[in-house]
Ligand binder design. Structure first.
Ligand code: HEC
Ligand code: HEC
Length: 267
């Protein structure tokens, strides 16, 4: 066959395939289409939940919910999906257990963790809408299959791809979202959610702790948050240990530098 014939043949085969797919699609009746729509909706809920988890929960519960020792428990474990509800004597479903914990928080923790499971649901004064709480629960529930050793691939949040020549400020800006900072501090220009608003941090950082430059103060606030406690948080006085204490170990020096440089642009 010469080139033209190959092209013509490929063209005809493609058209036949497309026609076939079209016929199949149209031939599907409504009762069949509905579950497909529901599956699509469920997939989107998991995807949204992955983003919410990245922005709000990884700082304490760790990447992919694997937990951070001493800060917050792992959620992506066989025990969480098999024995946890019995252990706490909860009679409802796994989904309502997750949603109610996220909504209301755990103001009185077990004392094993330095993090405080804040109130996330809007009806309790937190930042997340009911549909967002439901989405983040869907994301956590999607770990069950792999956690208990069954079939299936848990969804992964798409990592933000930065160009290799990204500047430190660009790196810091991406980290501010992907490491969960924005989940507590809000977006620049906006209000704080669990922690103080990040708006104008560069302007006030130099005059917060006497003798500490703006850069040094911001760096210290990230690696050693309890060294100086900001007086006012959105839900009252800022509590010690509310900001995860582990960023100094989790972040590389270049990442820390990027965050500091990025926050120094928020005047
Ligand atoms: C500041 C740290 C922190 C953040 C941020 C945080 N959590 Fe928690 N979370 C905790 C701690 C600590 C506990 C355990 C409290 C206890 O019982 O001692 C917990 C408990 C939970 C539990 C119950 C686990 C169990 O086995 O009982 C769920 C579910 C949960 N968190 C989901 C989330 C979700 C979803 C988010 C994000 C919207 C989130 N958490 C953000 C610290 C945090
Ligand atoms: C679970 C919520 C939470 C997360 C996640 C979090 N913080 Fe915080 N952050 C706080 C709270 C609460 C305070 C105030 C208490 C204190 O000073 O430690 C604070 C204080 C700060 C301050 C001092 C703010 C000021 O106005 O002086 C900076 C800077 C800061 N955080 C940066 C970050 C960065 C960067 C990240 C991500 C790498 C981050 N935080 C993640 C809760 C959080």
């Amino acid at each position: 066959m010469n080139n033209t014939m190959i092209k013509i043949t490929t063209g005809i085969v493609t058209m036949l395939l497309m026609a076939g797919i079209f016929v199949l699609f149209v031939a599907r009746d409504e009762p069949n289409r509905l579950p497909a729509k529901e599956a699509d909706f469920a997939a989107r809920s998991v995807e949204n939940g992955a983003m919410i988890f990245e922005a709000n929960c990884v700082g304490c519960h760790g990447v992919q919910g694997k937990g951070i020792p001493g800060v917050a428990p792992a959620l992506n474990t066989p025990e969480f999906f098999t024995t946890r509800l019995q252990e706490v004597g909860y009679g409802g479903s796994q989904r309502t257990f997750i949603e109610s914990t996220v909504n209301a928080g755990r103001p009185v923790g077990s004392g094993q963790y330095s993090g405080v499971m804040a109130t996330w649901g809007q009806q309790y004064g937190g930042p997340l809408r009911p549909d967002q709480v439901s989405d983040v629960a869907s994301f956590i529930l999607n770990w069950e299959a792999t956690a208990v050793g069954g079939e299936g691939q848990a969804a992964q949040p798409t990592p933000t791809q930065l160009p290799s020549d990204a500047s430190p400020v660009e790196l810091g800006q991406a980290l501010f979202t992907s490491k969960g900072c924005a989940g507590c501090h809000g977006e620049p220009g906006g209000v704080g959610l669990v922690g103080p608003s990040i708006t104008g941090i560069a302007t006030r950082a130099g005059s917060t702790v006497p003798g500490q430059s703006a850069e040094d103060y911001i760096h210290e606030s990230i690696v050693n948050p309890n060294a100086y406690l900001v007086p006012e948080c959105p839900n009252g006085p800022c509590a010690a240990n509310l900001m995860p204490q582990t960023f100094g170990q989790l972040l590389s020096p270049a990442e820390l530098d990027g965050l500091v440089q990025y926050l120094m642009t928020l005047e």
